[in-house]
Design a binder for this molecule. Structure first.
Ligand code: T3D
Length: 260
């Protein structure tokens, strides 16, 4: 157990809170391992039907803890740290067949920004800002940034953000389609919790397959995607939640999905 990640399960929502507020929730190895353990639990535990990721204190995450990268202590192999820590985290978030909601409570810089963009539904506090801070220290965007940014906002905006490292305010991020929506700071956690709880009560398998289909579209042809939709719909059509959804509609009542 590490206090660098606060973890709580309620109403099917696994809340994971980055908790190194004095360092703006920047990532050290301990926090990486604790966050990974949280997402591994989300993969394995059927009681988890959605994940809500947020940060403690005034920031969401300032990316890598640069205190651990002091050049006077030698030259780190960043390829190794990416392979060992950031890439597994990104893969766990993207491959989880359950909704991952991200509540960006404050500044999100470097890997912190790109982790927020990799979540399924990202809501930001109005005061939050996003910074591709890598260029300021001679690095390249990681945590899927070079893949997600051009897909979400196109090459022109992706390159300008990554090359200048200029902060992007939350409203602009939402109007460009980098995130889902902006809410007032004091309502962020209530809105994010409400959304996460609603999704956790949803038809988890169908939602998970929907996530997979939309992500796969980025690299599929239309023909491949139509085949995938056929296959996933076949599987969804056999789920208990589909039967419940249709029954509830016909009986004019609210469905009670079980995530099966
Ligand atoms: O290394 C690898 O494994 C490769 C992977 C790299 C992934 C990456 O994320 S690289 C990018 C690393 N992140 C950055 O370069 C961002 C650095 N931080 C900032 O530029 C600024 O802190 C922010 C723009 C995010 C916020 O600015 P501001 O003015 O709101 O806050 P601040 O005063 O700069 O920070 C508050 C405290 O957090 C401060 O500590 P102090 O002085 O109160 O003791 C600051 O040093 C600390 N802090 C902020 N970011 C980091 C950090 N400490 C360590 N590492 C950080 N990234």
């Amino acid at each position: 157990e590490s206090d660098t990640i606060l973890s709580a399960l309620a109403d099917g929502v696994l809340s994971l809170t980055l908790n190194r507020p004095d360092k703006l929730n920047s990532f050290n190895e301990e926090m990486h391992l604790a966050l990974r353990a949280g997402f591994e639990r989300a993969h394995q535990d059927a009681d988890v039907r959605a994940v809500l990721l947020t940060g403690a204190g005034r920031g969401f995450s300032a990316g890598q803890d640069l205190g651990d990268r002091d050049p006077r202590k030698g030259t780190p192999d960043l390829g190794h740290t990416i392979e060992t820590f950031y890439n597994p985290l990104l893969r766990l978030i993207r491959s989880l067949e359950k909704p991952v909601i991200c509540a960006v409570n404050g500044v999100a810089a470097g890997a912190g920004a790109n982790i927020a963009f990799a979540c399924d539904i990202t809501i930001a506090a109005r005061s939050a800002r996003f910074i591709q801070a890598f260029a300021k220290i001679g690095l390249v965007p990681d945590s899927g940034g070079t893949w997600n940014l051009p897909r979400l906002i196109g090459e022109a905006r992706a390159k300008a953000l990554a090359l200048t490292a200029e902060p992007l305010d939350a409203e602009t991020a939402a109007s460009w389609g980098l995130i889902w929506r902006v809410v007032d700071d004091d309502t962020l956690m209530e809105e994010a919790n409400t959304l996460a709880t609603r999704l956790a009560a949803g038809p988890t398998r169908g939602l998970g397959m929907t996530k997979r289909a939309i992500q796969t579209a980025a690299t599929n042809s239309l023909d491949q995607q139509l085949d995938l939709e056929r296959d996933l719909q076949r599987e969804a059509g056999r789920s208990a939640d589909y039967a419940e959804g249709v029954s509830a509609f016909l009986e004019k009542r609210k469905p009670e999905f079980k995530g099966k």
